[in-house]
Write a protein that binds this ligand. Sequence first.
Ligand code: G3P
Length: 225
Amino acid sequence: MKFFVDTASLDAIHEAHDMGVLDGVTTNPSLVKKEGNVDFHKRVFEICEVVDGDVSAEVTATDFNGMMEEAHTLANIHENVVVKIPLIKEGIKALKALSDEGIRTNCTLCFSPTQALIAAKAGASYISPFIGRVDDISSNGMQLIEEVIQIYDNYGFETEVLAASIRHPMHVKEAALAGADVATMPFETMTKLLDHPLTDRGLERFLDDWEDYKASRKAEAGMAG
Ligand code: G3P
C-alpha cells in the first residue's frame, strides 16, 4: 500500500518524508486555503521538489475547456504532478482527454461505485473515494472502497484506488485489508499508526532492565578487581 500525505503544508510534508515511508502527496483547494497566503503553483513545485512520487493538484474550473487549461498548466509545473479532476460530467470529458494526452489524473470527490466505474472508463489514473465524508452521513465508507475494488477487479481496470478523507488509523487498516492501492491521510494520522501502549510499556521495561544489567556488571567488575 502506498502512503500519501494529505496536506499542502511543506512542514508536514518534510516530516512525513523524513520518516522514509512517504510515496506521494494529495492537496485540494481547502488544504491550500489552510496555508494562508501562498502561491499555489509555487507551492506545488516546492512539494514536488521534496517528494519523489505523485503529487495531486486540483483544478478549480468546472467546464471542460477551463479544466483542460488548468490541467496543462499544472502538469507543466513538474513531472510528478497528477491533475485532480472533480467527478462531474465535464470532469469525465476532461479525464478522457487528459488520459489520451498521457497526462495522469486523480478523479476526486467520489462517493459511489457507479461514479468510480465511469471515472475508470474515462481513464483516470487514480480514483479517490472519500471514506470519512461517507461515514459522516451515517453511510459506510469502507463498503464503498470494497465495492470499487471489486468492480475494478471484475473488469481489469488499471485505475488505482486511493482511499481519501481518511480520519484515523482504523480507516487505514480497513482500507489496507480491502486492498486499496493508496491511503492518503493527514500527517497526524500517519504518526498515530505507530501508537501502542504495550510498545511504550515494553520499551520502558527493556531500558530499565538494561540499566539494571549494566549496574550489576559494573558491580561484579568492581568486586573482581
Ligand atoms: O483527501 C481528501 C481529503 O482532503 C478530504 O478530507 O477530512 O476534509 O473529508 P476531509
